[in-house]
Design a binder for this molecule. Structure first.
Ligand SMILES: [Zn+2]
Ligand SMILES: [Zn+2]
Length: 658
């Protein structure tokens, strides 16, 4: 008997090696490899081989021979490698819950010893009363699960319309059919409430996979899912790889969230993986959102995804009133500071009434750059092509791309001239609020204040307990807990997101603004939303004013279709990285010529990315457009080896396939 294995040598990740002997499929073994011993994953068995050379024998099993990837996951690893044009080993590395790439692999016993036992007793809660729409949606999902229909379902409904209840009923039904379910959330840290709900409802059948688990806990949880002991898995995007052999349902909450996009190594989208998995295992993918991604909503419009709607809002709540503030006019009227007079007055009024306010300002720090008034010098990062951001409380100038920092001084480092700070951030906004509303308390939430473990959740909880009056911060404030006392929400600068150079910038802005708007007036008092902009007529803002997702979808999809951007055309970004700027650019240019030789592909670039240099590495990219994704997969599949050859003299490259 022979075993086929993938060895933990990244350069050979696309090769399968044959050894004499048999170990369980999906288990890790040691193998003699060249002059060393490596870890390898068993991916196949055969009774014969046509290999002429001498075949070595498998070494000792690792982790007591435990199986980590079941049959479905092993097959999925090949399917994903073909889809994303990467190596199978890279996918396996992503999937495995235990170290693979490391030379030395510790034994399971050692890992298992670190695991803490999981013996909390859990209460089960009674399900809430359902609306007719919820009942309808649940019935449709149940039917699909029972039939093993792999068609994806989109549950489209505003926040508070009761999507969670539909998910829980669907999971419950899947379990009653003897199947397993995966419940994906955009961010585990902010979904304590969701997890509590799921654990409450399904008790010990639930496994939570998150990055805070120790290696031992992770391995143990994984084994409990694999054995079928855990039948519901809750987690962020990596939980899409949970070893649920009897998969009946994958729930993907807030499907439009950017956190579902994985970057680095393999660039995958959780939705794509979930779709392929559901199809392979006959499970149902149930996605939910109040602002579905264009990909999913257009699929629903074409009938590829089944659309389920929840239109009812929770009783007693009304849509908040959205006001678009023209900042050009505010400037003409002598605006000083970051807040327009309508927003300032609204915050003041809500504070006087003992209510709370929420302010979104998606830039952290005190100032975006420190400029010398005399010589024009701007403090820049020595490793990245960006200016350093001023963080006033820490008295440091910080690079937001590599973490480099220097002490902030009062004067120019070159000519000792006077410095002028431009482009405010959250720290500056907090300072302004203190001056405007003395005696009130503010919670600032951004990557600086939420740095410690659990700090994010703690700040939100404090605000929820009404320990402070205003919550201000970056987009981190848009998610998490419900704040019934918030009656005013303000967006300090709606423009920076909308004009970001990415074809999804407007879509993402719209989703974020809708989410922030939805956070005001969740209690019995109706809410008001103020959006500050220099482009008050932008369709994104006009449709936000009317809470009109469908209107937004129709305009945005028309624009995308015109430019053949996804989901109406294939798009791939080829990224080139290296220390020698000239060589990186050369590799990108040569690749552009190779790809452009195919008439079905349009090549844009190469262009330098923003920033053009990060941590001393130069970054260029090519954009490839084609009528659809399949064309790009075929073309890039054929060219992969040649591109790697072209890049061999000093650039790394990888593909981000939309
Ligand atoms: Zn100077
Ligand atoms: Zn830097």
């Amino acid at each position: 008997m022979y075993s086929q294995v993938v060895v933990n040598v990244p350069a050979l990740y696309d090769r399968v090696f044959t050894y004499r002997g048999e170990a369980p499929l999906g288990s890790l073994v040691q193998v003699p490899f060249g002059s060393s011993t490596r870890a390898a994953l068993v991916v196949g068995h055969s009774s014969v081989t046509d290999i002429a050379e001498e075949i070595k024998c498998l070494g000792k099993p690792l982790y007591s021979g435990a199986v980590w990837l079941d049959h479905a996951l092993l097959a999925l690893s090949q399917e994903l490698a073909d889809f994303y044009l990467c190596t199978r080993g890279a996918i396996i590395d992503l999937m495995l819950p235990v170290p693979f790439r490391e030379k030395e692999v510790s034994s399971l016993k050692k890992v298992a010893r670190q695991a803490t036992s999981h013996d909390e007793t859990l209460m089960r809660s009674a399900p809430a009363q359902l609306t007719t729409e919820q009942t309808d949606a649940i019935e449709q999902v149940k039917r699909a699960i029972a039939d093993g229909q792999a068609k994806p379902h989109l549950l489209y409904g505003v926040t508070g319309s009761g999507k969670t209840e539909v998910y829980l009923h669907a999971i419950s039904f899947a379990l009653s059919q003897g199947k397993q379910a995966i419940y994906l959330v955009p961010e585990i840290a902010l979904t304590a409430q969701v997890i509590a709900n799921v654990v409450h409802r399904f008790g010990e059948a639930v496994a939570v996979l998150h990055s805070g688990l120790s290696p031992g806990e992770r391995a143990r949880t994984w084994q409990r899912v694999l054995s079928g002991e855990c039948r519901v898995v809750v987690g962020a995007r990596s939980a899409v790889f949970a070893p649920t052999a009897r998969l009946g349902l994958i729930v993907m909450d807030e499907e439009h969230e950017q956190t579902y996009r994985h970057e680095g190594g393999v660039n995958y989208h959780t939705r794509v993986v979930a779709q392929l998995r559901a199809r392979r295992q006959g499970g149902v993918l149930l996605m939910g959102s109040a602002t579905p991604s264009l990909e999913v909503y257009s699929s629903a419009a074409r009938g590829g995804t089944k659309l389920l709607r929840l239109t009812a809002r929770p009783p007693g709540t009304t849509l908040p009133e959205v006001k678009i503030i023209d900042m050009r006019q505010e400037l003409r009227q002598g605006l000083s500071g970051l807040l327009s007079s309508p927003l300032r007055q609204a915050v003041a009024a809500s504070l006087q009434n003992g209510e709370q306010a929420l302010l979104l300002f998606n830039r952290r720090g005190y100032a975006q750059l420190s400029l010398c008034r005399d010589c024009g010098h701007i403090a820049a990062c020595p490793h990245c092509d960006v200016s350093l951001r001023l963080h006033a409380a820490a008295r440091r100038l910080l690079c937001h791309y590599c973490g480099y920092s220097v002490r902030a001084s009062e004067e120019c480092s070159r000519c000792r001239g006077q410095l002028y700070n431009r482009g405010a951030g959250t720290e500056k906004l907090a300072e302004e609020l203190q001056a405007l509303f003395p005696g009130f308390l503010f919670t600032r939430l951004d990557a600086d204040t939420a740095a410690g473990k659990g700090a994010h959740q703690k700040l939100l909880t404090e605000f929820g307990r009404q320990d402070s009056h205003v919550l201000l911060g970056t987009k981190m404030i848009a998610k998490g807990l419900d704040f019934p006392r918030v009656t005013v929400a303000g967006v300090v600068d709606a423009d920076s997101g909308m004009y970001y150079p990415d074809f999804r910038a407007v879509e993402e802005s719209f989703a974020l603004l809708m989410q922030v708007a939805g956070r005001s007036g969740r209690g019995t008092t109706s809410g008001r939303v103020f959006v500050q902009t220099f482009n008050p007529n932008h369709y994104c803002l006009r449709l936000l004013e009317q809470h009109d997702y469908c209107g937004f979808y129709s305009i945005e999809s028309r624009l995308r279709r015109k430019l053949s951007y996804p989901p109406f055309g294939g798009l791939a970004t080829l990224c080139f990285r290296g220390k020698d700027q000239h060589k990186v650019l050369e590799a990108a240019e040569a690749t552009g010529v190779l790809c452009g030789a195919n008439p079905a592909v349009t090549v844009l670039g190469p262009v330098a990315e923003v920033p053009a240099r990060q941590k001393g590495i130069y970054r260029y990219q090519l954009t490839l457009k084609a009528p659809n994704r399949k064309v790009l997969q075929v073309v890039l599949g054929e060219l992969r080896a040649r591109i790697t050859e072209v890049c061999s003299s000093g650039a790394r490259w990888y593909i981000i396939l939309e």
